[in-house]
Design a protein around this ligand. Structure first.
Ligand SMILES: [Zn+2]
Length: 441
């Protein structure tokens, strides 16, 4: 039953007002949107019972301990979209924000479904959100998150920063938390290739650590690689000569705080090396491209236009890049980059943060220009007690579908496309383009 995902029957005036947008969607398009099971390009499912309480593998940089920042409305406890998700998922009636007692009752309602579904629970969540296949961005997968419905997208940032990171960690309190977490992931990657310390030369680091890590992840089922580098540095990955990177690496691999400019150049070299290897291994590269999270996030250094020299590198044309979260606030800049034959973007996180009509504005422009490069996504994530990955997956799926309906209806009514093309575009965005990109059914 998918029809509620686009327009559920409502119980209160507030909810019914929130769903007015569905009246502006062409009924023929609405039917196709509601009946198409999606490929979700990006989210962070939590392991189902019995591992749900202890699971931390849903993010390499869990963002629940950052310094206070001003959250967007959609992340707050009084997010007006929450009650409809609670009702649909758990049959739970409540008003946001929930008080302590309400949170307890919500947890009990959730626990009941978990007990009923057991290790099928995560797949049940996908069913409620109309998602057939989820590209699961996690450090590692686990019981209850199995192929073909859950496909693995591991993190690779840790290998960009092999040297002493205490200087970078000192930039601000949030990076002070991030870099030790990356150091931990890198230690795991070193251990997995049988090393306790960094090799002495860059050549050995690439041959003994970087390439084998990517190959291991691929052999363990990875279908893409994720960089959340925008949390850690800017997007200006220059094309640095190998000899220069070799010198920097050799000088500080054994310890000592590297010179900031030289370390940046080494990261630049490593990024392009990893991207090249991802092309060879047929692993599309996912990049976090959206403002946030956190109050110290460097918004201007995360402008996707800074990726252009990377996207224009002829050596990397075999590598497919996906700009996750569609680049907000740089949505037009991100859209312009879709003319590169190997560049895509997705709607994840945007579909949670922005109401459908707002999202439909720039989605329409993307669909009018490069419709085959736009992928459905949610960024379902365990944000809080009142918005778990389940609620965020459900809300974003509904918003993305409604935004798609509005954008295509506008194009249809303005005579830009006919009904048949609108339905074709629906299927492309919701699953067809992703199926092609990752070789999925
Ligand atoms: Zn994410």
């Amino acid at each position: 039953m998918l029809s509620f995902v686009i327009g559920m029957p409502c119980c209160t005036p507030a909810q019914s007002a929130a769903n007015d947008v569905t009246r502006d969607i062409d009924p023929g398009i609405a039917v196709v949107i509601a009946s198409t099971k999606a490929i979700d390009n990006h989210a962070h499912p939590v392991l189902p019972p019995p591992n749900d309480a202890t699971d931390r593998g849903f993010d390499a940089l869990p963002v629940d301990n950052m310094e206070p920042a001003t959250d967007p409305v959609a992340w707050r406890a009084d997010n007006p979209q929450l009650p409809a998700a609670w009702k649909a998922l758990w049959g739970f009636d409540g008003t946001a924000p929930l008080d302590a007692d309400g949170l307890k009752r919500l947890a009990a309602a959730r626990a009941q479904v978990k007990a009923r579904e057991g290790d099928h629970y995560a797949a049940w969540v996908l069913d409620q959100a109309g998602v057939a296949t989820l590209l699961s961005n996690r450090v590692a997968m686990g019981t209850g998150l199995a192929k073909p419905r859950f496909q693995w997208v591991p993190y690779i940032d840790a290998l960009l920063f092999p040297l002493d990171n205490s200087g970078l960690a000192g930039a601000n309190p949030d990076r002070g938390q991030f870099f030790p977490l990356e150091n931990k992931v890198r230690a795991q990657y070193l251990q997995a290739v049988g090393l306790k310390a960094l090799p002495a030369t860059l050549d050995d680091y690439l041959k003994q650590v970087v390439t084998p890590t990517l190959e291991r992840q691929k052999s363990q089922g990875a279908i893409a690689e994720k960089f959340e580098a925008a949390y850690l540095r800017g997007f200006d990955f220059a094309d640095v000569p190998r000899e220069q990177a070799e010198k920097t690496y050799a000088r500080w691999a054994k310890g000592g705080q590297p010179d900031a400019a030289e370390y940046k150049a080494l990261q630049d070299f490593l990024f392009r090396y990893i991207a090249g290897e991802c092309g060879r291994l047929d692993l599309p590269v996912h990049l976090h491209t959206m403002s946030g999270g956190g109050g110290y996030f460097d918004v201007s250094a995360g402008n996707p236009l800074l990726l252009e020299s990377l996207f224009n590198d002829p050596k990397l044309r075999k590598t497919r890049f996906v700009m996750l979260h569609g680049g907000w606030p740089f949505v037009r800049e991100a859209g312009s980059l879709l003319q590169k034959p190997n560049v895509y973007l997705d709607l994840s996180q945007q579909a949670l943060t922005f109401p459908p009509r707002t999202l439909a504005g720039w989605l329409r422009e993307w669909l009018e220009t490069f419709p085959d490069k736009v992928l459905f996504g949610t960024d379902g994530y365990p944000f809080s007690e009142s918005m778990g990955w389940e609620e965020s997956e459900w809300i974003a799926s509904r918003n993305a579908r409604q935004a798609l309906g509005l954008a295509l209806t506008g194009m249809l009514r303005d005579g830009e496309i006919n009904q048949e093309r609108a339905e074709e575009l629906t299927r492309m965005v919701l699953r067809g383009s992703a199926a092609k990109l990752y070789g999925l059914q």
